[in-house]
Design a protein. Sequence first.
Lengths: 216, 216
Amino acid sequence: MKLHSSFGPNPRTVRMVMIEKGLSLATEELDIYAGENRSPAYLKKNPGGQMPALELDDGTIVAETIPICEYLEELYPRPAVIGETPQERAVTRMWLRRVELNITEHMYNGFRYAEGLPILKDRLYCIPEAADGLKKKAYFGRKWLNDLIGDRTYIAGDRVSIADIVLYCCMDYCKDNGQVLDADLPKLSKWFKNMNESSTAKSSLHKDSEAMGIAG
Amino acid sequence: MKLHSSFGPNPRTVRMVMIEKGLSLATEELDIYAGENRSPAYLKKNPGGQMPALELDDGTIVAETIPICEYLEELYPRPAVIGETPQERAVTRMWLRRVELNITEHMYNGFRYAEGLPILKDRLYCIPEAADGLKKKAYFGRKWLNDLIGDRTYIAGDRVSIADIVLYCCMDYCKDNGQVLDADLPKLSKWFKNMNESSTAKSSLHKDSEAMGIAG
């Protein structure tokens, strides 16, 4: 199988999962700033036009970051980033949904409708008047999580999971795009610092990250 | 295990999955209009304050609709609403994400920030100025899906899946809350009519639906 990948927080999420699992996959790199993910050839494979996408050996395309990670977990179960039992997987998925629906989707859309608008306005329907509210809503989501995380090292339990990886990649990318890290949320700050110091975080950065000054 | 459930499109999604699988679970009904899902007792179990939630025998809470459905699929794999193989599950999950991130999340948030605002403004951070844009964005998501669905009976393939159930429950609920069905999207209209005529759709409606005049 082949991974269609690029710079960006969602491709980085898949890279982090692969590193945690010790996987390497044949990869085709696309330049999203040049709009290669909106080319007819790519849109034919993934009509969502988003990165990344996994092309299976029979030609089937699995697009969308989380389904790709779920698929990799099914093929290479250990070490688990979702869970080793149905109950572990259920709890991780619950935290992942809380992270995505209360925090990261609002952060990404807040970015798309403001800082990302010049590039994205011709690619998708944008709602500029929602940007400030979405960023504020995401802050309240992070505050809620800060209060819930307690003394756990990781969001869903005592091991790093897809919930940590998704939130980390989003916050690390958005901090370089106008959504600074929260100095007033100590538990979440401690969690971020811990994630940020992991070797997986460092080695998952795209080769263009440094030159761009954006973690992706 | 015990299901904490109520009126509403997300609890209905779980009900439809249970009916498809021929499952019945011990259920405790909460009155969300009276705010029972925001009581200290329920918030202690599910700090998200949302419905439904599944309480396992050891006291573990699995909240969030999709993780509950994934868990039920793991325990009771057939008939599958996600898939019988890793590849089938990957493809269904891809379509589910497309449905949720491009359509249903925008429809629900459009509802929460407009028609739902009087009840919800004291329960969660609302963005009233985003409501119209979110509804428009959801329309473009439905139009995109209409063009993609082609001649398939179901969204993710030749069998009903969680992607159909999630979209159907959302559209059926929102049509009674200001987001009317699209007369200009023939493929999606045909899909909706087919879903709406299924016995599962009918028997999954909450007992209060008729009196309220809202499908949930």
